[in-house]
Design a protein around this ligand. Structure first.
Ligand code: ZN
Length: 118
């Protein structure tokens, strides 16, 4: 683990699961009730790079999966913004595009379309 990454401050927010920024990590404060998944999400965000998109980040989002956390996400509507293709940071007055989600949706709809035709 890169030591630089460990020094990122953590801010608690009330939506999504976790978001990685260049200067901080934001985590849904409800994850504090579930230490195991809190650690999973924090480790996940720490493993991301600072780039806005990279293959390494995409593969990380595609393969890093915890079934228990997934079920909890389905039951917890405040986390659903994690799967939005963009999100708005009100404080920074900035729109962030979640490129991995956009790419996932494109791949997913492509696969579904292929399945329809074969
Ligand atoms: Zn991720």
């Amino acid at each position: 683990m890169n030591h630089e990454k460990r020094k990122l401050p953590i801010r608690y927010i009330n939506h999504g699961l976790g978001f990685r920024y260049n200067d901080r990590i934001e985590i849904n404060k409800r994850l504090l009730e579930h230490p195991k998944w809190y650690k999973f999400v924090l480790d996940h965000e720490l493993n991301h790079t600072n780039k806005s998109w990279s293959l390494k980040d995409f593969i990380l989002d595609l393969t890093d999966f915890d079934f228990g956390l997934f079920l909890w996400t389905l039951r917890t509507p405040s986390t659903w913004t994690q799967f939005s293709p963009y999100f708005i940071n009100k404080k920074e007055k900035k729109i962030y595009i979640n490129y991995n989600i956009v790419l996932l949706y494109i791949v997913f709809s492509f696969v579904l379309t292929m399945l329809y035709y074969i």
